[in-house]
Write a protein that binds this ligand. Structure first.
Ligand SMILES: Nc1ncnc2c1ncn2[C@@H]1O[C@H](COP(=O)(O)OP(=O)(O)OP(=O)(O)O)[C@@H](O)[C@H]1O
Ligand SMILES: [Mg+2]
Length: 555
């Protein structure tokens, strides 16, 4: 503090404030450094009740800072674009979209930049995210201009040949964090690869609820395979929630693109041109003559679909002869029917190929949408080429191991790991997010080189990170209003509840309530039955348990 004769104030020489630093850097033209400092909106999550003046100031300051950051990002896009550095321009364009999440002009700029770099899948994903946000928040669709830009990108295949030299595309998820457990599952996945590499192709289904660690597990194994001594090729494709119905073969196109950009890209390209010409044209640079578009593989009529299937099978067979191939499809709960058909055909010829197909999905969401996947899986199982790896929540010991790895030498109280496990039920996603949240909010601090808790545990017990809350809300958003109400009533009873009690409170037919709960268990996997109760002289009741204490709290 500074003190004059008649005033006390803050001594700005002695303290730092990131907001003031941000403003100074913008003023002095150090725009990218300023954006480094902008890590979130001003005082996000901070609220003082009954302080309207403060609220008005906070709103105004937050908007001003956010708009400044957004303009800064746009300026950096322009600078990079003018300098011909498209990938840096795309990076800043992504930032600009995050800072102005409803500004479609920014989105279109990002889409165009990604398209120019040949990252068609990235452009589709960016559109997909934007459209989903718009639908959830405003029940609206992107503007016609944006939709037609997307249409042009989709139809054009990869717009331009990549300006930069070919390099391995980044993994869908680069594991940077520590991971714990999963030894058995990893061994199973690697064993499947070994058997595929020996000429006994397989499909491995990695199944589990949202955030349980499916992508992480597969990516870790793939990283291990890439780093290993044996040669292997890896292709990745991701299914899209928003485009599942409309974008036929999207995950396959993405996977093929990743193969073409991989280390053996040249040879793969030649093989594709020879064995799968219809697919190959999708990836060729666009024709120079204005307005000429490549034929769209996704719009193929039924007859050509058979041709596409045969071509792809022939192509993969050739690629696998060079070295074993792993095809990893993520988020398969959003898979499109055309890809399923194609996978079914590939599955029927797998047994003698050096091909491992890995499919990661959330079983509960698979049941919600159109159910094209299960018959194919059943067929593959009957053929004996399909195995399933189900992921479970982390154990308390694994949570403790994670804490030890993330916060080496920590001095947390002995009760803390158990508390984190209890709060998250061992969901890796919730655990990671809760810890990140506690760290960002200063509840976990580094004091003199050692990690410690700054707050008492009861305080921490009340915290629930926004990301976890929105994840649960997203799942709850898929429920019918009646089911939400039902679970809200159930949650009052506790993490475990009785169907009969819920029926009584809601004054509803117990049999109907039970039916809906069964549905919630089977389709949404939010609850699981723990026991059936005989109630002498009355209807029996089923006792259920929320899969997650967090669901019970949030509903
Ligand atoms: N074994 C693990 N140990 C520690 N953290 C993990 C582990 N597995 C996953 N995580 C973390 O949990 C989070 C969610 O993981 P991941 O994205 O792999 O889940 P997912 O099952 O693929 O989710 P989704 O259904 O949304 O695709 C990530 O932050 C990841 O780092
Ligand atoms: Mg995933």
């Amino acid at each position: 503090m500074s003190q004059g004769n008649e005033e006390v104030g803050l001594n700005f020489g002695a303290v730092r404030c990131d907001v003031a630093d941000f403003d100074r850097m913008i003023e002095s033209g150090h725009v990218s450094e300023a954006l480094e400092l902008y890590r979130g909106h001003l005082l996000e999550g901070f609220f003082i009740s009954d302080a309207p003046e403060f609220e008005r100031w906070q709103d105004g300051a937050r908007t001003r800072l956010c708009e400044t950051a957004s303009r800064a990002a746009q300026a950096l896009v322009e600078k990079a674009e003018n300098g011909g550095d498209l990938s840096t321009a795309a990076m800043w364009a992504r930032r600009a979209v995050r800072l102005a999440p409803h500004d479609e002009a920014q989105l279109r700029r990002l889409l165009t930049l990604l398209d120019q770099q040949g990252d068609r899948a990235g452009a589709l994903r960016a559109y997909d995210e934007f459209a989903r946000r718009l639908a959830t928040e405003f029940e609206a669709e992107p503007a016609a201009e944006t939709q037609s830009l997307l249409g042009a990108i989709r139809t054009r295949a990869t717009a331009a040949a990549p300006a930069t030299p070919r390099r391995e595309p980044p993994a869908i998820l680069t594991p940077r964090r520590h991971t714990v457990g999963r030894a058995r599952e990893r061994a199973a996945l690697l064993a499947s690869f070994q058997s595929a590499a020996a000429g006994h192709g397989q499909v491995v289904c990695v199944a589990g609820e949202p955030g349980i660690g499916k992508t992480t597990l597969v990516e870790e194994c793939l990283a291990e395979l890439s780093a290993g001594s044996g040669r292997c090729q890896i292709a990745r494709g991701r299914c899209s929630e928003r485009l599942a119905g409309t974008a036929a073969y999207l995950p396959l196109l993405e996977a093929l693109q990743s193969l073409l950009h991989g280390v053996d890209g040249e040879a793969v390209g030649r093989a594709m041109k020879r064995t799968a010409p219809t697919w190959h044209v999708q990836f060729a640079p666009p024709s120079r003559s204005a307005g000429t578009l490549q034929p769209d593989v996704t719009a193929a009529p039924a007859a050509s679909q058979a041709r596409l299937t045969l071509e792809l099978a022939a192509f993969l067979e050739e690629v696998c002869q060079a070295s074993p191939l792993v095809l990893f499809f993520d988020d398969v709960h959003w898979i499109d029917p055309s890809t399923v058909d194609l996978l079914a055909y590939l599955g029927s010829r797998l047994a003698s190929q050096r091909l491992l197909i890995v499919l990661a999905y959330r079983p509960a969401e698979m049941l919600v949408g159109k159910n094209v996947f299960w018959p194919m899986k059943l067929d593959l199982q009957t053929r004996g080429v399909c195995r399933e790896i189900g992921l479970e929540f982390l154990t308390p010991d694994e949570v403790a191991q994670y804490l030890a790895l993330e916060f080496p030498g920590h001095r947390f109280s002995a009760a803390f790991p158990a508390l984190v496990h209890a709060r998250t039920e061992g969901s890796p996603l919730f655990m990671v997010d809760l810890l990140r949240y506690l760290r960002e909010h200063g509840a976990i601090v580094e004091v003199a080189g050692a990690w410690a808790l700054s707050e008492s545990l009861p305080n921490i017990e009340r915290e629930l990170p926004e990301s976890v809350r929105s994840m649960i809300e997203r799942q709850a958003g898929q429920l019918a209003p009646i089911d939400r109400r039902l679970l809200a009533v159930a949650s009052v009873q506790g993490q475990e509840f009785d169907s009969a009690v819920v029926a009584t409170v809601l004054a509803r037919d117990p049999a109907r309530v039970e039916e809906r709960l069964e549905q919630l268990e089977r389709v949404h996997a939010l609850i699981r039955p723990v026991a059936q109760r005989e109630r002498p002289g009355r209807l029996q009741s089923v006792r259920y348990r929320f899969i997650h204490g967090l669901y019970q709290n949030a509903l």
